[in-house]
Ligand binder design. Structure first.
Ligand SMILES: [Zn+2]
Ligand SMILES: [Zn+2]
Ligand SMILES: [Zn+2]
Ligand SMILES: [Zn+2]
Length: 414
């Protein structure tokens, strides 16, 4: 089972260890898979291209406590609302919209992945957003090939945010994980509907409810704010409370992402068949994955899928594979439609190349309860590439690059 996080050791040394969301493992920095610098003095005698870099797997669990996923605990999480690392300078303008339907993007997951090589990345989190519309994702399939990337209309977006150890938002002491941790300030007020984006539009009637967009204002109005708007004066103050629950019921169900080294699973698969702690049984999961294979055309796609399936079968409930390393490669489910190195645009802030950092697997949709309908959101994998220098730059949330493979090339409309 995925291990417990962060409850038994809170030293600053731990904080400095890079791993998604963990403070309590891998004291040994030499073994750290995410250190890009490690490559330079890699004393492995194997050829880098042939080496399987250690992969950290992400699994979903229900949050242990109601405070477990708050931003001051630097969580990795899926669903619900983002735990914004910088709570003030959120992505704004068009960057928070699906470029295709122009509706606000929905939060999918975030990965806490600090790097120990620099002070400015003491805290570092990547945020992944998608438009919930499958028709937008199918259009996105063509847009992701466009160069320059800034001209592409994307329905999947990634942001990177990082902070030094000493910063205005959090104590320099590591979190105690006992429910008493507090951030240093409250952050900007968020949209009352989605709880995700900055609420920079006020309801003109009560002047309390805040929204990121007219669309979310309209949805809140129809789903109950119409009735409560005039009565809400006197509740002043709650619109700026950061922990106010979003009114929307269509956010993905909230989970904690816990992680474990894939190497832990390099055992005979059959030995682990009766793991009853999983959120779903292995049989359920296999059915859901197997149903995808029927949609593939061509031998190379089937071979590629077979390889993909064999690899994830070691830990079939994994939703995320993390390996930040300039020589690591994603595990592609399908051989067609893979980007070449040239298809991955360089960092738009510093111009350096981007490298693979993590990929999201289709199992996440299963845990989110997404139906298997033709127009339901569906993907084979979403691969996230980030600036290999993890540069600082001016923007607090820097847009990185995502590549999506949908589950069947035949789904891609011409
Ligand atoms: Zn859209
Ligand atoms: Zn909103
Ligand atoms: Zn109102
Ligand atoms: Zn950069």
């Amino acid at each position: 089972m995925p291990m417990e996080i962060g409850e038994n050791d809170d030293s600053v040394e731990m904080l400095k260890n890079i791993h998604i969301s963990t403070y309590d493992e891998d004291r040994d920095n030499d073994a750290d898979p995410e250190e890009v610098e490690d490559l330079m003095n890699d004393d492995d005698d194997e050829d880098d291209d042939e080496v399987h870099k250690p992969v950290t797997l992400g699994f979903l669990e229900n949050p242990k406590n109601k405070w477990s996923l708050l931003r001051q605990l630097f969580p990795s999480k899926a669903g619900g609302v983002p735990a914004w690392l910088d709570p003030n300078n959120l992505p704004s303008g068009r960057s928070r919209l699906c470029d295709i339907c122009e509706q606000p993007l929905q939060f999918l997951l975030q990965v806490y992945a600090p790097t120990s090589d620099r002070e400015s990345t003491f805290h570092r989190t990547l945020y992944l957003f998608t438009c919930p519309s499958m028709s937008c994702l199918l259009r996105d399939q063509h847009e992701q090939w466009k160069r320059p990337a800034v001209n592409a209309s994307r329905s999947v977006k990634v942001f990177r945010c990082q902070l030094p150890h000493d910063n205005p938002f959090y104590s320099s002491e590591p979190p105690r994980h006992d429910g008493s941790d507090k951030p240093l300030g409250s952050g900007v007020p968020l949209c009352n509907w989605c709880g995700t984006w900055k609420g920079d539009k006020l309801c003109s009637s009560c002047r309390e409810a805040r929204y990121c967009s007219e669309k979310h204002q309209a949805m809140h109005w129809r789903s109950g704010h119409k009735a409560t708007c005039q009565n809400s004066s006197g509740n002043a103050g709650n619109s700026s409370a950061e922990d106010q629950r979003p009114a929307s019921r269509s956010l993905w169900p909230e989970h904690e992402i816990v992680n474990e080294d894939e190497a832990e699973y390099d055992v005979d698969v059959s030995a682990d068949l009766d793991n009853t702690n999983c959120l779903v049984s292995r049989n359920q999961m296999d059915d859901s994955i197997n149903s995808l294979v029927d949609s593939f055309q061509g031998d190379s796609d089937r071979r590629s899928w077979g390889n993909f399936q064999e690899c994830i079968a070691r830990a079939p409930e994994q939703v995320l594979r993390y390996c930040r390393n300039v020589s690591s490669r994603p595990l592609w489910p399908i051989s067609s439609g893979q980007p070449s190195t040239a298809d991955i645009p360089n960092c738009s802030y510093c111009g350096k190349p981007r490298c693979f950092e993590f990929q999201v697997l289709p199992q996440l949709l299963y845990f989110f309860g997404v139906k298997n309908d033709a127009d339901s959101l569906d993907w084979a994998t979403i691969v996230v590439y980030s600036c290999e220098a993890s540069c600082d730059g001016a923007a607090s949330y820097k847009e990185e690059f995502a590549w999506v493979q949908v589950s069947s090339p035949s789904q891609v409309v011409p």
